[in-house]
Each structure stands twice: as C-alpha cells, then as structure tokens.
Ligand binder design. Structure first.
Ligand code: PMP
Ligand code: GLN
Length: 413
C-alpha cells in the first residue's frame, strides 16, 4: 500500500470468519464481499489524494478555526498543559460546556456529574452504546445512519433496528417508526441535524420519538455534532423536549462547530447515573484526551453568539453555491437544512450505482464524493443506490472549481 490512508481491502480466503474477524457476540465484521471493512471516508480520501481531486467526500473544512482558539491551544502547550487531564475532562471545559448548554438552550447541567469529555463524538457514541447495550438488546436508528453507529452496535452484540428516511424530505413514516420499537429497544440513537441527508428533524417528530422511548423504557442517545450548522431555524436539542431530559444523553463535538476536526474533542451530557456509566466505559477506552485542546475548546465555547450565527450564515451561502453547481451539472439535488453535506442523485445522468461512480469520480473529473449506500443496510443501500454526498465546507473558489468540473460529468460518460 503506497498511501496509509488509502485502505485497500484485504480479501480473505475461506468462508468462516476467524475469531479476530468477529465481535464478542459473533457478529461478522467482514464486508459483504468478504473483504475487511474499510471506512468509506478513508477509501475516498485516499482516491482523492491519489488523483489530486477536490475532496468533497470526507467532511472536514479546508480553513482553520478561529485564530484565538488556535492561539489558545498553542499557549496551553507552551505553558506546560501537556499531561493527562482527568478522565471526565478538565473542569474548565466541563464548566464551559454547561455554560454553552445554558446560553443556547436553557439547559441546566452540573459539570461535576452530568458532563463528560470524550475523544471526539465518536468515542462518546461508542462509550454510551457499550455502557448501555449488549446481546439481546435492540438499538434503533434512522437509515441512512452515520457509519460508526452500525459498527459500534455490532461491537456491543445488540441488534440494529433501522427506520428508513424517505426522499425527498428524508423523514420517517409514522407507522414504521412506531412499529420499530419493541420491549427489547434499549437505546434510540438519533442524529440531528442528520448526516448524510442534511435533514433537521421537526420538533414534533422528535417529541414522538421521546414519547415512544418513554413508553418502551428506552434511553435516547442523541448525536448533535452539527447543532450550530443549521440554515433555516435554530437547533432544538432533544433534551429540551417534554419528558426527554431524564432519559437522554446528548453528544456534541468541537470538530464541526470550530473547524478543528483533527482535535477530536467531544462531550456527552445527561442524567448523572447514565453519565457515570459512560464515564466508566470511557475510562477504559482512551481514559482521557488532548489536555491543551480541551483548554482551547473551553475558550471556543465562550465565543460570542455572533460567531456561531455567522458560521452558519457563511455555510448557508456555500450550500447554495454547491447545490446550484450540482443542479447545473444535471444531478438531482436535495436541499439540506443543516450539516455541511448535500445529497445529489446521479440517476438523471444515467448512472445506476453511485458507489461505483464515487470510486471513479476522482480520476474521471477530479472531484471526490461519498456514496450514501455504505450508511445503510441492504434494503436501504438499494433505496439510496444512486445518491452521492458532497461536502460544502470548502473555500468559495474551491466550490466554484468543483462545480466547473462537475459540469463535465455528463460528457465523461
Ligand atoms: N457523528 C456524526 C453524525 C458525524 O458526522 C461525525 C463526523 N464528524 C461524528 C459523529 C464524529 O465526530 P468526531 O470527529 O468529533 O468524533
Ligand atoms: N464525520 C465526517 C463525515 O461524515 C468524517 C468521518 C470520518 O472520517 N470518519 O464525513
């Protein structure tokens, strides 16, 4: 392998998976074609690098976060904050998270017992699921779902139950939602705003989920990493809904809001007993992470409200720019209300398989995108077979150049 990020799948001989290819509960971690699963983001980023393509695949901004926040991390390193932080996170960061939840949402949290810092949202999700679920339990998510959800649910040994989101609005059907709950539902894992569809779920729908979770005594884990990236209306955290706070763990991360995806500072908040269980699991995963980055993120969370609204406004214009480019290139475009992703349908151009196209796109026209099918199980993959996800968290001139290249896609057939 020439590029450590390229992730060429290793094909295995024989049909029965070896012990190291299975989770404790026996779930097979091999891909559907018998290859070791490769994270789709790594695969596409590897292809983009190899072909010098504009990478609108993996979701990361091409500009740094706010200068004072970067300076705060440099200062923290220079002034000797380079050893382990406490497992639950530095007090200064937990206090800043509590102040942020109070300022934006009116939520009151005790930094001592109701908040824990994690190595990105990814670790918070994994710790919560590992703390709460095991074989015999069911975890319910919408589909498409963020890729780590499926993998971590597999690691817990629980069953993954999905409720499809239907185009064009990418909302669930009421009856399918209610029918997906059972007496085995242990966790409902929500992602709002939603990756990859860009849907911002209406508060009434979220309230229905809360009511169903309460009826089935399920815990809600809500991944709100795109909380500040909404275009039409401010974000409504699940924890603010009627009857939700007592059963909800809320997860977020500095990566998206402050354009520092490489820092991997995330957090989780909720009722003390649930947070205590997550802290225990988290202690044995990473134990703790990034002391100087925690100090800098504490400062970032205290930035004036105009920073947060300004970021969303700039991103909204980029959404419009890329969406227009995709439309002009002949793709069908679904308008996102949040996140920094837009879904586009390649069927109007005559392509039937967006995953295959995504693997050819960097070489074909010098643009990379992520297929939606890997965010799904089999049926969902069929439904989303012609969908690609494009990231618009890039400089304006980069998006303009990408749009010019995409305009050639029809002719590249
Ligand atoms: N959840 C969702 C929905 C995401 O899109 C991402 C990717 N940024 C994550 C979690 C992971 O966040 P982090 O990089 O903070 O681990
Ligand atoms: N969350 C980002 C995305 O959805 C990147 C995730 C990753 O690289 N694992 O594109």
């Amino acid at each position: 392998m020439t590029d450590s990020n390229a992730g060429t799948p290793l094909t295995l001989s024989g049909s029965a998976p070896a012990p190291w290819q299975r989770t404790a509960a026996g779930a097979n971690l091999l891909g559907p074609d018998g290859a070791l699963g490769t994270v789709i983001f790594e695969e596409i980023t590897g292809l983009a690098a190899r072909h010098g393509a504009i990478n609108l695949g993996q979701g990361f901004p091409d500009e740094d976060g706010p200068a004072p926040v970067l300076e705060a991390a440099r200062d923290a390193i220079a002034s000797g904050h380079n050893q382990y932080a406490p497992g639950q996170g530095l007090p200064v960061l937990r206090e800043a998270i509590a102040a942020h939840q109070e300022r934006f949402y009116g939520l009151h949290l005790d930094p001592a017992t109701e908040i824990t810092v994690s190595t990105g949202a990814t670790e918070a999700i994994a710790s919560a699921l590992l703390a709460l679920c095991g074989p015999g339990d069911e975890v319910l998510t919408f589909e498409p779902f963020y890729d780590s959800y499926g993998a971590v649910i597999g690691l817990t040994g629980a069953d993954h139950v999905t409720v499809p989101l239907h185009a064009p609005d990418f909302l669930p059907d009421d009856e399918q939602l209610a029918a997906a709950f059972s007496d085995r539902t242990r966790v409902v894992l929500i992602n709002n705003p939603h990756n990859p569809t860009g849907t911002v779920f209406p508060a009434e729908l979220l309230q229905r989920v809360v009511d169903l979770a309460a009826r089935h005594s399920a815990v809600i884990v809500t991944d709100e990493v795109y909380e500040h990236l909404t275009f039409e209306a401010p974000h409504v955290p699940v924890a603010t809904l009627d009857g939700a706070a007592e059963r909800t763990l809320t997860i977020s991360s500095a990566g998206k809001t402050f354009s520092v995806t490489g820092w991997k500072v995330g957090w989780l908040s909720g009722p003390a007993q649930l947070v205590a269980a997550v802290r225990t699991v988290k202690s044995y995963l990473s134990y703790t992470s990034g002391t100087p980055f925690q100090i800098a993120v504490a400062q970032a969370l205290a930035l004036p409200t105009s920073f947060f609204t300004g970021t969303a406004a700039v991103l909204g214009t980029k959404r419009d720019l890329l969406s227009e480019g995709l439309r002009a290139a002949g793709l069908g475009v679904y308008r996102p209300q949040g996140t920094y992703f837009v879904l586009a349908d390649v069927a109007p151009l005559g392509f039937e398989d967006a995953t295959e196209l995504a693997r050819r796109l960097p070489e074909l026209i010098g643009v990379a995108a992520i297929p939606v099918a890997p965010f799904c199980h089999d049926e969902g993959a069929e439904r989303t077979r012609t969908l690609l996800r494009f990231a618009f968290c890039k400089k304006t001139d980069v998006l303009t150049e990408a749009a010019d290249r995409l305009a050639k896609l029809g002719a590249a057939l």
